[in-house]
Ligand binder design. Structure first.
Ligand code: DX5
Ligand code: ZN
Length: 217
């Protein structure tokens, strides 16, 4: 199933609750929450209290993208706060297998993310253990950047690999996605689409409806 995951990084923080309720009502399956620590990525966003707050106002799947160093330290707290999927970066984990196992032990879905320059081969021994791979199609840290074109080949290769191994792993893509390129991203094999700027700027309802049409076509 194709899923849309609006990234609330691009929402108006002064009316975050309202923005979350809007995309919830417009059919977003996931709410994508970007946690940044100012170490793994240059910027700092928000953390556990925001996940808790969003959990209180929606039953949708909370898709928590941890752009933080050594995320294992906080996995349990994010689960308690209400995360349904926790995605960690392979570049930020010294013991990725341990981290992924911990996420699953706590009863939530485990995702692993790759920065644009990180090769797919870093997933060789972990792919069968994860629920989702998040392909970053921009360098993480900021919303509103342009989609890096080579991400398309990376998505295709990853989908082929998942199919060849007989696995059912979701492929999420994050960064620079808009109505002009989402079709190609889906065709390459992605099934979870993160979009921040292209959902929350302008007319959210019309943006969501147009994305929905692309995802269903
Ligand atoms: C970037 C974040 C993204 C970001 C995407 O580091 O992981 O989720 O919000 O924003 P857009 O869709 O504006 O590129
Ligand atoms: Zn993200």
């Amino acid at each position: 199933m194709n899923v849309i995951a609006p990234s609330i990084l691009a929402a108006d923080i002064t009316k975050l609750g309202e923005e979350v309720r809007t995309v919830d009502q417009l059919g977003a399956e996931y709410i994508h929450i970007d946690v940044m620590d100012g170490m793994f990525v240059p910027s700092i966003s928000y953390g556990i209290p925001i996940v808790k707050g969003v959990r209180e106002i929606t039953n949708k799947i909370l898709d928590v993208h941890l752009m933080i160093e050594d995320p294992t330290r906080y996995i349990e707290e994010f689960v308690k706060a209400g995360a349904d999927i926790i995605t960690v970066h392979v570049e930020a984990c010294k013991h990725l297998h341990r981290t992924v196992s911990r996420i699953k032990e706590l009863g939530v879905k485990a995702g692993v993310s790759l920065n644009p320059s990180t090769p797919l081969s870093s997933l060789d021994y972990i792919l069968s253990e994860v629920d989702m791979v998040l392909i970053m199609s921009v360098n993480p840290g900021f919303g509103g950047q342009s989609f890096i074109p080579f991400s398309i080949d990376k998505i295709k290769e990853l989908r082929n690999c998942i199919v060849a191994k007989g696995l059912s792993v979701d492929i999420e893509v994050d960064g620079g996605i808009n109505l002009g390129n989402v079709g190609e991203i889906l065709k390459a094999g992605a099934n979870v689409i993160v979009a921040g700027t292209s959902i929350f700027s302008g007319d959210v309802e019309s943006n969501m409806n147009q994305f929905r049409r692309e995802l269903n076509s």
